[in-house]
Design a protein around this ligand. Structure first.
Ligand code: ADP
Ligand code: MG
Length: 260
């Protein structure tokens, strides 16, 4: 089984963009008085890399969690590959299997080896035989450059290595989409690039990704589109070149002046 979708014939963006995979329409979410998602509308096409940026508290993580149904929404719709997000039950488990999620804090199972971290979902959820799961996991660990750590425990690895294991673990379910929420924010600076390089590799292989990140180099290099969020709204939606070189809103100009 191949972990990722087939590589596109060319890296030309217009060719890479396929049919809609994630369709988000009129999504609203409140936490008490806080309007955390305010009329969110966007479409992520198959094979697209969308980078979400914006100030802290603007709703980026909540949006990611809503896409994966780790968070409910008040109204609006989110569909993945044509299926509306189910509330619960087997359909929700299926959806979660289709959407990989990588968090800032790695979230590896501390008492399982690196290899077991990658095989556990294919074995338990997909009922894959152990031997096949081990082979798949080794292939994926190789792909992210940590195959030689397979028998270690997560705590024996560096942060960058752990995050690459987390990416391999999400790939093991052969997801249609991977959400990465600030995957390099908890890393020491010298480990950031090793994780970004893996993500750039996935992008080149045609994996559909939604990435919350402040790594503007990554956004410029790998993103097809940037969503800039502020106060629960998508304030700008543009190509990286358009957004970084010619931001339209005062919010975006202000944000960029602080981080660039
Ligand atoms: P970001 O990822 O852009 O920093 P978040 O989506 O994490 O923003 O949070 C957006 C806002 O929602 C913040 O003000 C945060 O404090 C608030 N928030 C997030 N989760 C909860 C929750 N479970 N209950 C109440 N408020 C929350
Ligand atoms: Mg966040």
């Amino acid at each position: 089984m191949e972990p990722a979708q087939p590589a596109p014939a060319t890296s030309n963006i217009s060719v890479r963009r396929g049919e809609p995979l994630v369709v988000i329409e009129q999504v609203e979410k409140h936490f008490g008085d806080l309007h955390v998602l305010n009329d969110i509308n966007t479409v992520v096409n198959r094979g697209e890399v969308v980078v979400v940026i914006g100030p802290s508290g603007s709703g980026k993580s909540t949006l990611c969690r809503a896409i994966n149904r780790l968070e409910t929404i008040d109204s609006g719709t989110i569909s993945i590959d044509g299926a509306h997000l189910p509330e619960e039950g087997a359909a929700l488990a299926k959806l979660r299997a289709d959407v990989g999620m990588v968090f800032q804090s790695f979230n590896l199972f501390a008492h399982k080896t690196v290899l077991e971290n990658v095989t556990i979902a294919p074995i338990r959820v997909k009922k894959m035989a152990r031997k096949a799961a081990d082979e798949l996991a080794m292939k994926l660990l190789e792909r992210v450059g940590v195959a030689n750590q397979a028998s270690k425990m997560p705590a024996q690895l560096s942060g960058g290595q752990q995050q690459r294991v987390a990416i391999a673990r999400s790939l093991a379910m052969n997801p249609k989409l991977i959400l990465l929420d600030e995957p390099t924010s908890a890393l020491d600076p010298e480990m950031i690039n090793e994780v970004l390089d893996v993500m750039i590799g996935l992008a080149k292989d045609g994996m559909t990704m939604i990435v919350v990140t402040h790594e503007m180099g990554f956004a410029r290099k790998a993103a097809d589109r940037v969503l800039f969020m502020a106060d629960g709204k998508i304030v700008e939606e543009a190509t990286p070149a358009e957004f970084f070189d010619n931001p339209q809103s005062d919010r975006a100009k202000d944000f960029l002046s602080k981080i660039l």
